[in-house]
Structures are given as structure tokens and as C-alpha cells.
Design a protein. Structure first.
Lengths: 504, 317
């Protein structure tokens, strides 16, 4: 109790509160710009926190972390461009809502679900970090492989139209994931002598190319094709947070938050998978799954509550074990270490008040994120009023800055443009771009863990089936896949019957 | 540029010109911005090292020092790009064991001699750390058990220096080892904590947080003494010849004039005395171990002789 009170006095300092708000604001801005991810936002702020003192510095970095993840939703909804990899699923329903004139409502839903997901994630972090960390450690090669296979089933959910085309796009992603050095032997595959490809195709240039650059190309094409985009009148009356709507979807919020925290807590799973899994789960729980992808609020709620819960989850292994859950927390941990704060079990023993102060700062960062965005909604919606001929060059410029800023690699800019052209054609012929990203993320995870497992288990593949967690995940994958195939079969029969009936 | 900034540039230039008269009498180097290329993205061990060195080096040189992160290919992109610069000392990079391993894996076109090595500043040992679920807590029982069933050891990145050191340690111990590459240090550490592998070979800073508390990792031997793990013996203490450490310093494309190298050495010697740099090095868990001139060339040669053949062995598998 003393520790909590001490933590309160540490955080209830005007400078700390201001630091959290500043960090959150900068995080929101960076998250909203395509190409600047949460990890990048934290890395850019670390030099600013030198000499600030641990609580103030950590508060600012946590704010940036929260803000960057939430900020990714704004361009996802308004422009169909995910600001960060974890907001890919936000585009699936958020953008259609904006196109139907519900941009304000979509932003309200996204901001509120981010807030709720973030706060529940923080509470789970405080209450259950040890058991969750123990569970996360159970993930070995077999479990990661099973998680990857389970994730591949999601391709069916995120395919916009035909499942066959979604599969083709997913396989393309899986193929692209094989580029680079072999995860076990280091032999180079499909690199064509390009050193930048030794470590594989970067997620960021692929993401920005497939979503943002393809969008710019699409716009250029539709303009020259004399099909000017029709202006949509936006209804602004819904800027209030839609708590009622979200309360009614409590099952979606609960499942997405739990998925977000757990996936976030597994070191190496990669936070961006959690929003895909939650989206898929929400679609399965829905009574109207066919509405997903056309502007279903539940899809948006699932994606946004999950990716912000992932932030809390990712802090769990960092704080309890000293092992960061993904890239952003790895950079965060580096920032703390430079300040002389070494996250890990010893921190709980020696500086418990600092740990509680970190928890408090994290909750406050979520509140700041909510309030700043709520006031910003009207401003955000105005983005839609910016003429496309101004907007598109700006987007392209931010894409270039973002991708170049991370690795300083000109090759990755060409890669981004290449993915832009690819994305344009994939969208044009109904293959979709989300399955490609999913394949790219899951391919590396699945392959390296299959191979790692074969080494560790002495080539005995039954080990993949006999361990409880991997067996459960694989079984679920098979069940869900058969359910999808059965549904498709039924739809087709119904169509046939309807056709026969109409012919009669 | 703001007036204030212009004024401070003016001040720096003034200091620089006075310095040139005193400490850097032999040459005018540097007259402009010095660029340090970090061949990794922001946030890693090498990047942290450079960020800590940046400010004191600016002071020592009296000019701007720009840090550029050119990442990709495990360092291959940034190093290749450094070699494309003029060998005038204005563009340098951070040499470490990846120089040998990238060459040995056949992933790059350059050779060790394509660089001029100006300094080694810090070193960092590798540490063999065992999983609490491996059932072993010392070298002898690990080696004995490996004869019946090979032990699984993890490390950060296929063909990385921690991979090569795992091979070196296995050969020195005479242990039967299965090599399990992970994408990064944190994933390997988590796998060892969860008991999915028997141990890891990583930097002390990767594992130090995970050796505290219940069911934590057990560090058994390091390649040299480290302040982060003061009670852990070295391999040499235990009678095994594994002494290769990770290191970081300054290197430029080959052909830098001698007086420029001297200017660099003078500046570095002053910069590393900075209190902020010393504190940062301590927090980051690296050992301050400066080396210049002939001794440095000898050190680089030894590293090449030890690590290149081992890396070729890994690449051949």
C-alpha cells in the first residue's frame, strides 16, 4: 500500500502529467503518419528523456507507445491507410464506414474502444502479470507453429470477396516471407545479391506500399479515368463517445482485449497478429458475419480494443521477466536501461513504487490518448475535406519519409513503390491486400518455428500434435476451417435453390 | 536556422579554431560535419553506444557529429554504404564481430582490409546461460549430459557472432550441441526461461534481467569478466580457451591519411573521458577497453583468425 501511495506522489506531479500528455500527443501524431510505428516513436523520443528522471521519462515514452498504437486508426478509417501494422484490420470496416458518411461515428467507436481496450489491458497487466507471463513462456516452437497455422485460417475472414482470391493473396504473402536468409542455415534465398534483402522483406515497406501507395495509385487512376470520386456528406452529430454501442458489444470487447493482452505478452509472437485474431473471433461471434468488411462496428471495435490491449500485454514480459514482448517494448526497455532502470523481477523487489508509478503512468497515458483524440475528432474529419490533389502527394511524401526514416535504405523505397503497384493490381482484381500482409507476418513465424521444432524435437513431428497448447490451437484451426467450408457449401446450395425457385 | 542556433554554430567554430591550434596541431581535421553510420536501426546495443558517444565527441571535435542509421541485412547494407564514401575520415562506421561473420557467411562483397580501424572503445563478453529446466547448473554436468543426448543451445540470429561463439564454445568444451537460431536475444532468452532449449549464448545485457527471481536462468561462464555478472567465472577460469568478446569502435573506408587518424584518436581519447559516456557505458553493461594503433591492428587480425574459419564452418553446414 505504501508503495502505491508513493507511486501516486511520484506521478501526481505536474511535470510528469505534462510529460505523459506530450508523449501521448507526439505518439498520436507519429502513429497517424504512415511509416512511423510505435517503436519508431519511442526511439525518436528517447534522446529527449535523457536527464529527465525515470518517472517523467518513462511516462513520456509510455504515452508515445499508447498514442502511436491508437493514432494508427485515424488514417486507417479516413484514408484506408493503416498508420501502423496493428491497424490493418481497422481499415476493413473503418474505411467503409467513413465512405458511408459515418467517419465521425467510426472515429468515435475506434477511440472509445482503444481507450477501453487500453485500460482493461493495463488492469490485466497490474492484476495478472505473473500468471500471464508464466503462460506466455509455455510458447515454444510447437506452440508458435500452431499459432501461425491458426492465424492462416484468418485469411478466410479478411478476404474481401472470393475466398479463393484471398488464398492466392495469402500464399503470395507466404512466398514473400521466404525471401532472405534461411532461418536455420543462413543460406540466402531469392535475394538476388541485394544486401538489404538478407534479413528478408521488411514489414514496413510492404505495409506502406500495399496500403498507402496503392491508394495513391488508385486515386490517380480513377481521376484520369474520368470517374471522379463522389463526395460523401459526413454526419458530424456523432462526435460523442458511443459507450452504449460498445457496451452492447461487450462480448467482442472482452474477447478482443483478452486476445490482445495474451498475444502481446508472448515474446516473439508480434503484436500485429492480435488484431487479426480478434477481428476473426468477432466475425465468428457475430450473428451477421456477412456485414464484416462492409462497415460493421463490431469489426472496428475488435481491431481497436485488441491492438491497444496488446500494449499492456507487451509490457508484461518486459516488467516481470526482463524480456520485451515485441519491437516497441524492446526499444522502450533500451530507453529505460540507459537511464539506469533495469526492468525485470528485481525491479519489483527493489523499486516497487517505481513499478506502480509505471502502471499508473500507463493508465494515465490511455486517458490522455482518449481525451486528446476526442477533442480532435472534428479536426480529423476535416482531413476528408482536403482536396485529393493535395492529399495524395502529401501521403506519398509521408510514406517516403516514414520508410526511409526507419532504415535509411533507398532500396526499401523502391520496394515500397513495387508493393504499391502490386497492391493496386491486387485491389483492382479483388484479391485484397490484407491477406498478403497476414501471410508475410505469419510465414516467418510458422516456418522458423517448424524448422526450430524439428531440430529441438529430433525430427519427431508428433511433438507438434501432442503438446496441449499446440494441439488445442491446431484443433481450433481445423474446426474453424471446416466451419467456413461448411458455411460456403450451404450458401451455395441456398443460392442454387433460390435460383431454381426463381426459374419456376 | 534560428539566430540562436547560428550563434552557437559560430561559437563552436571559434572553439574549433582555437582547438586546432592546440590539440590537433598536425591537421585541420575536421572542418565539417563528421558522419557516423550505424549499420542497425535505432535502439540496439551498437546504436546505444554511438548515442552515448555522440555528444562528447562533438565537444572533442568542435564540429557536428551526425549519426545515421542505415540498417538491413544484419549490418551488410550500412557497411557497404560506408565503403562507398571517400576515405577522408568524415564518414566512419562502428566495427564489431559482425565484420567477420558477414564476410565468413559470404553475405557481403568486402574484406576485412577494406576498412581502416581507428579505435576499439568498448568490449562486451558472451555468456553461456542455462535454462532452469535443463537440470544443469555447471559446465561439467552439461558436457557430460551432452554425450548421451545433445544439448540445445539458442542464440540471436543465424550466422551472427553469438551463433559463431556458440560453435566455438561447443568445440572448446567438447560438448555435443544442437544449434537453435532465434530472431533476436529476447526471443532466445524467453525460450530458455520457458525450458524449450537448454541454454543460450548471448550478451550479459540480454540475460541479466532474467537471472533474478524464481525459476530464473543460470549463467555458467563468460568469455571475459563483466561488471554485470561479477560472480560468474570465465571460460578461462574453468580451463577452456574461449576468450573472444564482442567489441565496438570506429572504422573508416581504407586509405584515411595518417594525420586524420591521429586527429580521430586524440578526439576519441578526450571524448571517452566524459562522465556521461562513462555512466552510459556502465548502465549499458559494456566494459571500457580502449585500444589504438598497432595493438588494435593485432586485435583485429586475431579476431579474423579466430572467427572467420568458424563462420565458414557454419556457412558450410
Amino acid at each position: 500500500m505504501d508503495n502505491i501511495l508513493e507511486a501516486l506522489t511520484l506521478v501526481a506531479d505536474l511535470r510528469v502529467l505534462l510529460g505523459i500528455c506530450t508523449g501521448t500527443f507526439l505518439g498520436l501524431v507519429m502513429g497517424a503518419l504512415p511509416g512511423l510505428t510505435a517503436a519508431m516513436a519511442i526511439a525518436l523520443l528517447i534522446p529527449l528523456t535523457f536527464g529527465m528522471g525515470p518517472v517523467l521519462g518513462v511516462g513520456m515514452l509510455l504515452g508515445a507507445f499508447c498514442g502511436a498504437i491508437a493514432g494508427g486508426a485515424v488514417p486507417a478509417i479516413l484514408l484506408n491507410i493503416p498508420g501502423t501494422p496493428s491497424s490493418v484490420t481497422t481499415t476493413l470496416d473503418g474505411f467503409p464506414m467513413a465512405r458511408n458518411g459515418e467517419a465521425g461515428k467510426a472515429l468515435g467507436i475506434s477511440i472509445t474502444s482503444s481507450f477501453i481496450g487500453g485500460v482493461i489491458g493495463a488492469l490485466l497487466l497490474i492484476a495478472l502479470s505473473l500468471p500471464i507471463a508464466r503462460f506466455a513462456l509455455e510458447f515454444g516452437p510447437a506452440e508458435f507453429f500452431a499459432l501461425g497455422v491458426f492465424g492462416l485460417v484468418i485469411i478466410a475472414s479478411v478476404s474481401s470477396g472470393s475466398m479463393l482470391r484471398g488464398l492466392v493473396a495469402g500464399l503470395l504473402g507466404l512466398f514473400l516471407a521466404t525471401v532472405g536468409s534461411d532461418p536455420m542455415t543462413g543460406a540466402l534465398r531469392f535475394t538476388g545479391g541485394e544486401p538489404a534483402l538478407i534479413t528478408g522483406i521488411g514489414l514496413l515497406p510492404a505495409l506502406i506500399g500495399l496500403f498507402a501507395v496503392s491508394q495513391v495509385l488508385q486515386d490517380v487512376y480513377s481521376r484520369t479515368g474520368r470517374r471522379a470520386a463522389e463526395a460523401v456528406t459526413q454526419s458530424f452529430d456523432r462526435a460523442r463517445p458511443p459507450f452504449g454501442l460498445i457496451a452492447r458489444a461487450w462480448r467482442v470487447v472482452a474477447s478482443s482485449t483478452i486476445i490482445g493482452v495474451i498475444v502481446g505478452a508472448i515474446p516473439g509472437a508480434g503484436g500485429s497478429i492480435s488484431s487479426f485474431i480478434s477481428y476473426d473471433q468477432a466475425r465468428r461471434m457475430s450473428r451477421t458475419p456477412e456485414k464484416f468488411g462492409t462497415g460493421a462496428p463490431e469489426g472496428l471495435i475488435a481491431s481497436e480494443s485488441s491492438n491497444n490491449a496488446t500494449a499492456g500485454g507487451a509490457l508484461i514480459p518486459m516488467l516481470t521477466l526482463g524480456v520485451p514482448g515485441e519491437v516497441a517494448t524492446a526499444v522502450l526497455m533500451g530507453g529505460l536501461t540507459i537511464q539506469g532502470v533495469r526492468p525485470g523481477p528485481a525491479l519489483f523487489d527493489q523499486q516497487a513504487s517505481l513499478v506502480y508509478a509505471i502502471f499508473l503512468a500507463f493508465i494515465l497515458a490511455n486517458c490522455a490518448m482518449f481525451l486528446i483524440q476526442l477533442f480532435g475528432i472534428r479536426l480529423f474529419v476535416r482531413i476528408l475535406g482536403v482536396p485529393t490533389r493535395v492529399m495524395m502527394p502529401l501521403i506519398l511524401m509521408f510514406c517516403v519519409i516514414g520508410v526511409y526514416g526507419v532504415n535509411g535504405s533507398v532500396f526499401e523505397l523502391w520496394l515500397m513503390l513495387g508493393f504499391g503497384v502490386l497492391g493496386f493490381f491486387l485491389n483492382r482484381y479483388g484479391f485484397g491486400t490484407a491477406p498478403v500482409i497476414l501471410g508475410l507476418i505469419l510465414g516467418a513465424l510458422t516456418e522458423s518455428n517448424l524448422r526450430r521444432g524439428m531440430t529441438v524435437f529430433d525430427g519427431d513431428w508428433t511433438a507438434f500434435l501432442l503438446r496441449p497448447i499446440s494441439a488445442t490451437l491446431l484443433l481450433l484451426a481445423v474446426l474453424f476451417l471446416s466451419a467456413i467450408l461448411w458455411q460456403n457449401h450451404k450458401f451455395r446450395q441456398n443460392d442454387k435453390k433460390a435460383e431454381e425457385a426463381s426459374q419456376r | 536556422m534560428s539566430v540562436k542556433k547560428m550563434f552557437s554554430f559560430g561559437a563552436i567554430a571559434l572553439i574549433a579554431s582555437t582547438c586546432a591550434g592546440a590539440a590537433l596541431a598536425q591537421s585541420n581535421f575536421p572542418e565539417g560535419t563528421v558522419t557516423i553510420i550505424v549499420p542497425y536501426s535505432a535502439g540496439g546495443g551498437t546504436d546505444n553506444f554511438v548515442r552515448a558517444l555522440e555528444a562528447p565527441l562533438e565537444e572533442a571535435f568542435g564540429t557536428d557529429v551526425a549519426v545515421r542509421n542505415i540498417a538491413g541485412g544484419g549490418g551488410a547494407v550500412g557497411l557497404t554504404q560506408t565503403l562507398a564514401a571517400k576515405p577522408d575520415g568524415y564518414t566512419v562506421t562502428i566495427p564489431n564481430n559482425a565484420f567477420y561473420t558477414l564476410i565468413g557467411m559470404g553475405n557481403v562483397q568486402f574484406a576485412i582490409d577494406d576498412f581502416d580501424y581507428i579505435a576499439r572503445i568498448v568490449t562486451e563478453p558472451y555468456v553461456l546461460t542455462l535454462s532452469p529446466k535443463s537440470g544443469h547448473s555447471d559446465l561439467a554436468s552439461l558436457v557430460a549430459a551432452s554425450q548421451e543426448k545433445p544439448v540445445t543451445l539458442g542464440f540471436a540470429g543465424v550466422g551472427s557472432s553469438s551463433h559463431i561463439l556458440t560453435l566455438a564454445i561447443a568445440e572448446a568444451l567438447g560438448a555435443q550441441v544442437k544449434f537453435v537460431p532465434y530472431a533476436g536475444g529476447s526471443e532466445a532468452t524467453a525460450a530458455a526461461l520457458g525450458g524449450h532449449i537448454d541454454g543460450v549464448v548471448l550478451s550479459p545485457s540480454d540475460v541479466v534481467s532474467a537471472i533474478e527471481g524464481d525459476g530464473s536462468l543460470v549463467p555458467v561462464a563468460t568469455t571475459s569478466k563483466t561488471s554485470l555478472l561479477p560472480d560468474v567465472p570465465t571460460f578461462a577460469d574453468e580451463g577452456f580457451e574461449v576468450t573472444t568478446d564482442q567489441w565496438r569502435g570506429i572504422a573508416a573506408p581504407a586509405g584515411v591519411p595518417a594525420e586524420v587518424i591521429t586527429a580521430w584518436e586524440e578526439a576519441l581519447k578526450r571524448a571517452v573521458r566524459d562522465e556521461g559516456f562513462q555512466t552510459a557505458a556502465k548502465n549499458l553493461g559494456v566494459e571500457f577497453a580502449p585500444l589504438y594503433g598497432a595493438e588494435l591492428q593485432e586485435f583485429v587480425k586475431t579476431g579474423e583468425e579466430v572467427l572467420l574459419p568458424l563462420t565458414r564452418e557454419v556457412a558450410g553446414r
